[in-house]
Design a protein around this ligand. Structure first.
Ligand code: DMJ
Length: 666
């Protein structure tokens, strides 16, 4: 008799006769449903438990959790179901250093237990490292062991817990007194070490440095008060301002650009305030507008990477990577040379129409190398370095008119545009990044140094001039014609030649130093020959006039840093007091003519006693001008030139192999 109850009996009947269960071939539909239900419930419980494991619990909700679980399962691969058998004498790296050996002999420790132990050890090490980070003062020098043994090679660096300097120094490799050292890993914390030191023994220098810190406070506080989150401040009308280079959106450019200056000056509260704004608000992925690849790279990517290096806070690194990824579509051109502008939403990119019929610009595509290389090293993602290496290959393979690099390159045809050459606007930082790529690489990127020396050789031959009054300058060149003018932008080259002279002693170095001294002097003259003692945007050399602007469109000063940058570098290299004196003249002039109640403004005509003001506090005033002034009056240990290289926006990036703050992914 068939069961009529609600609960099934699982007894089958054939013609009313009970059939023994062992002879059954299949289940009844109700039984099948029940078994399926049991398996389904078990599956849900097992899978769901992943989400409650503390390791997988995401801080930002379900989507993260699902993604984390998915990632972990992906990583686990087949071992998720079948544990991998012990496999020979398997040696694996333990995160944080050391080696783990798994044996394949029965009775020896279970490999999974060893792995657990390794994970535990790694966690302990991580916790200890965080403790060390909390207790360490930033920019503290690593422990240095005297280089007694002349036989230790630079590449045979010893990895230890502590940064150690040892070994021989070779010309053209690591500078005197420097060696390869262990890098400090990124830290997930926001417990920043304080910036200490850098105080000069000279009391006047200390006093002046304090004054510059006060200027930074004035610039920053007013930005916070009147333009917080906007790109820049209008210090007279006391509101936000956005130059076209930032698109129309508020991206907090002043925060990102000025943040490492706050850090270096030890303005901890302000730094924290800026850091939190970046963490919570900076998101360029929502933009629908065009951004300048160059400006976004040097100010945003460079600024964030500098803060990452200084603090170890991975938030900065991740934001930098997120932004740089959004720039990558600009590289999708026939030659791989990026366009100037990229639309963040669509990925479409283009060049400026005025740039020799839609060319890419040398100083723009040539000023990505430092940030992109470093980004690859700290993220472990090779895509960024591949892009700039490709640019290098394309440019290097090109024929160069008289050995010079024109300012324009057509990314579609692979040909140069108009043959205009300059170490000022449109060319400048391309040359800067050749020298600095070599420095940043710990002097391993010999190709970059060679390209720099070749370019300078031809520039000296064709474009370097000395005026009737004895002023050294580098003119622009348009096809065969020299234009006897120098941009304010070109004044950084005083420091650049100095750095080139000092970092490699060869047959060019003394000539480089003469030029460095000459150009920095000329740029100072361009300041000194104005009533306000701040220099014009460009100055010319004629029979009647030297180092003065002649066109009204060249007479403005927009708080630019380049002249002061050269004072700073030349001071560090030569210790000639005149560079500090000139820097102080600039401070007095800035205070007298550019400081207003709401911050600092540019001037429209430096040849007037009381020039009209432009009402813009440029973000590079905080990033560069004030930073270089502060460092000019600090001692050499603060952001040492032996350990750091400044990107073109004055954001210091660590030198590979000699600076423990390099923090590459290992
Ligand atoms: C800065 O944004 C950078 O230095 C860039 O290389 C050109 N100059 C401006 C400031 O003058």
């Amino acid at each position: 008799m068939a069961s009529t109850g609600i609960i099934p009996t699982y007894q089958r009947f054939v013609n009313g006769v009970p059939v023994p269960s062992f002879s059954r071939r299949s289940f009844r539909p109700r039984e099948k449903y029940l078994i399926l239900l049991v398996f389904f419930t078990l599956g849900v419980v097992c899978f769901g438990s992943f989400f409650f494991l503390p390791e997988f619990r995401g801080s930002s909700g379900t989507v993260n959790s699902v993604y984390n679980v998915y990632k972990h399962m992906q990583q686990a691969g087949p071992e998720l179901l079948i544990p991998a058998p012990p496999h020979g004498d398997d040696v694996s790296e333990i995160p944080g250093g050391g080696k783990l050996i798994r044996h394949d002999v029965e009775g020896l420790p279970d490999p999974h237990k060893i792995e657990d132990r390794a994970k535990l050890l790694a966690k302990i090490e991580e916790a200890e490292e965080m403790d060390r980070m909390r207790n360490r003062k930033v920019l503290e020098r690593p422990i240095i062991l005297a280089a007694n043994s002349p036989s230790v090679s630079v590449s045979a660096a010893v990895k230890t817990d502590k940064p150690v300097l040892e070994g021989v120094i070779e010309e053209n490799n690591i500078p005197q007194g420097q060696e390869r050292i262990v890098t400090i890993p990124p830290a997930p914390s926001d417990h920043y070490p304080e910036t200490n030191g850098g105080e000069d023994p000279d009391p006047t220098a200390r006093e002046r440095r304090n004054k510059i810190k006060e200027m930074m406070r004035h610039a920053w506080d007013n930005y916070v008060r009147y333009a917080w989150g906007k790109n820049e401040l209008r210090p007279i009308t006391k509101r936000g301002h956005s130059a076209s280079i930032f698109g129309s959106t508020s991206l907090g450019a002043t925060i990102v650009d000025g943040l490492d200056t706050l850090y270096i000056m030890g303005m901890t509260d302000e730094f924290k305030q800026g850091r939190d704004w970046i963490a919570n608000n900076l998101d360029i992925t929502v933009l629908t507008t065009d951004l300048s690849v160059f400006e976004t790279n040097i100010r945003f990517v460079g600024g964030l990477l500098s803060c990452f290096a200084l603090t170890g806070d991975v938030m900065f690194r991740d934001k930098a990577a997120q932004i740089a990824e959004k720039l990558l579509p600009a590289f999708q051109t026939q030659t791989g040379i990026p366009n100037s502008l990229v639309n963040i939403k669509s990925g479409a990119s283009k060049n400026y129409g005025w740039a020799s019929g839609g060319c890419s610009i040398l100083s723009e595509f040539g000023t990505l190398h430092l940030e992109f290389s470093y980004l690859s090293d700290v993220t472990g993602n090779p895509v960024f370095r591949a892009k700039v290496d490709h640019i290098r290959r394309v440019i290097q393979a090109m024929d160069k008119p008289r050995g010079l690099y024109p300012n324009y390159f057509n990314p579609k045809t692979g040909k140069w545009g108009q043959h205009h050459m300059s170490i000022g606007g449109l060319g400048d930082s391309f040359y800067e990044y050749l020298l600095k790529a070599w420095l940043q690489s710990g002097r391993e990127d010999q190709e970059a140094r060679q390209m720099f020396d070749d370019a300078m050789h031809h520039m000296i031959q064709h474009m370097l001039k000395v005026s009737t009054g004895g002023l050294t300058y580098i003119s622009d060149m348009k096809f065969d014609r020299l234009e006897n003018k120098m941009d304010h932008l070109a004044c950084f080259s005083g420091g650049l030649f100095g750095l080139a002279a000092q970092t490699l002693k060869n047959d060019m170095s003394s000539r480089y130093m003469e030029i460095a001294d000459g150009i920095t002097n000329t740029c100072h003259e361009s300041y000194d020959r104005t009533p306000v003692k701040l220099g014009p945007e460009a100055f010319r050399f004629t029979d009647a006039s030297e180092a003065k602007a002649l066109k009204s469109s060249e007479k403005y000063y927009i708080l630019r840093p380049e002249v002061i940058e050269s004072y700073f570098i030349m001071w560090r290299l030569t210790k000639d007091q005149k560079y500090r004196d000139w820097g102080w003249e600039a401070v007095l002039a800035l205070e007298k003519h550019c400081r207003v109640a709401g911050g600092y403004t540019g001037l429209k005509n430096v040849y007037l006693d009381d020039p009209p003001k432009d009402d813009v506090q440029q973000s590079f005033f905080l990033a560069e001008t004030l930073k270089y002034l502060y460092l000019l009056f600090s001692d050499d240990s603060l952001i040492s030139l032996d350990e750091w290289v400044y990107n073109t926006e004055a954001h210091p990036l660590p030198i590979k192999g000699v600076n423990p703050y390099y923090r590459e992914q290992v």
